[in-house]
Design a protein around this ligand. Structure first.
Ligand SMILES: C[S@@+](CC[C@H](N)C(=O)[O-])C[C@H]1O[C@@H](n2cnc3c(N)ncnc32)[C@H](O)[C@@H]1O
Length: 287
């Protein structure tokens, strides 16, 4: 998800320069960053709703989804009919394109709102959606998949690092021997290099969204306070993500039988560097 490591299109377009923010400026003061001890252990169980879709609306773009799926297909190099799990799949933006490309796809997510959106895009014999917690994938899926994809920083949500490890262990369990994991998301090294404490953009032409970020270097947890002001609604909320460096994540994967074979600078075909804000890792389950 958006963690301040890519510029939003709204900002690139120049329509939401800081001076446009004057009426809302009070919402984005540093004082509104909450006490880091504020308990929001399970923010992920309610955060991914219609408002999440509004907040990230400038990033969600069918053309970009298609480019990302084309890259996934290239990297996977799998024949049509291969089984792919998109976890968590959100509103199905990659899952439905992977199915369209000829794969047999399962998408799993916890959010009722986002799964409803995903199903509305279409389901069928080669595209199914399941509502579940990614720490406990269905028992019947053991050794079922040729590939698992985990995209858009959909990792590091849980309070306990041991829960992140459970997620990885589940990916290993459901992959066939020799199966491939593609992990895409924020790269802690690159995010720290150019840490954006504040960011703002216009969503849906009407709502000003602001993010204020703080980072705890010991736990690696990034806290993000979102504020939105629009004609229809205004509010604020907070979420947290444990950021991983490529080194730390590759180690976690290896301890769970997934060996990283390639590391890229986000969706590009360039090699990952310490400056990359996003990373894409390709790992294989050992035989
Ligand atoms: C940043 S979104 C990304 C979704 C998708 N990969 C994409 O690229 O659009 C993260 C997703 O994780 C899901 N999620 C959060 N906690 C979860 C959990 N415990 N189990 C399963 N899904 C979860 C959310 O509902 C949300 O759809």
């Amino acid at each position: 998800m958006g963690i301040g490591n890519r510029e939003s299109k709204a900002r690139k377009g120049g329509s939401s320069r800081p001076r446009d923010l004057k009426p809302h400026a009070r919402s984005f003061t540093a004082q509104s960053i909450p006490d880091s001890q504020f308990p929001i252990p399970e923010w992920w169980s309610s955060y991914f709703d219609a408002h999440y879709l509004l907040e990230y609306q400038p990033i969600f773009d069918l053309g970009q989804d298609r480019r990302e799926v084309a890259r996934l297909i290239d990297l996977l190099g799998l024949p049509a009919g291969s089984r792919v799990l998109d976890v968590p799949c959100g509103q199905g933006r990659h899952a439905h394109l992977l199915a369209e490309a000829g794969f047999d796809v399962d998408g799993l997510d916890l959010s009722r709102d986002l799964l409803e959106r995903a199903r509305a895009r279409g389901t069928g014999p080669t595209l199914r959606y399941t509502r579940a917690d990614m720490r406990r994938l269905p028992a019947r899926w053991t050794a079922r998949f040729d590939a698992v994809v985990n995209l858009f920083t959909s990792f590091g949500f849980f309070l306990l690092p041991s829960d992140d490890q459970r997620v990885v262990a589940e990916w290993t369990r459901v992959l066939k021997p020799g199966g491939v994991l593609i992990w895409h998301g924020g790269n802690r090294d690159g995010v720290m290099r150019r840490f954006l404490t504040r960011d703002w953009w216009l969503a849906d032409g009407d709502t000003m969204v602001g993010h204020e970020r703080s980072f705890d270097a010991l736990s690696g947890v990034l806290s993000i306070r979102s504020t939105w002001r629009g004609r229809k609604s205004s509010g604020e909320r907070e979420h947290r993500i444990r950021l991983y460096s490529a080194t730390h994540l590759a180690d976690l994967l290896a301890r769970n039988g997934l060996v990283v074979e390639m590391a890229f600078d986000g969706w590009s075909d360039r090699t990952l560097t310490r400056k990359s804000g996003e990373m894409l890792l390709v790992a294989r389950k050992e035989h």
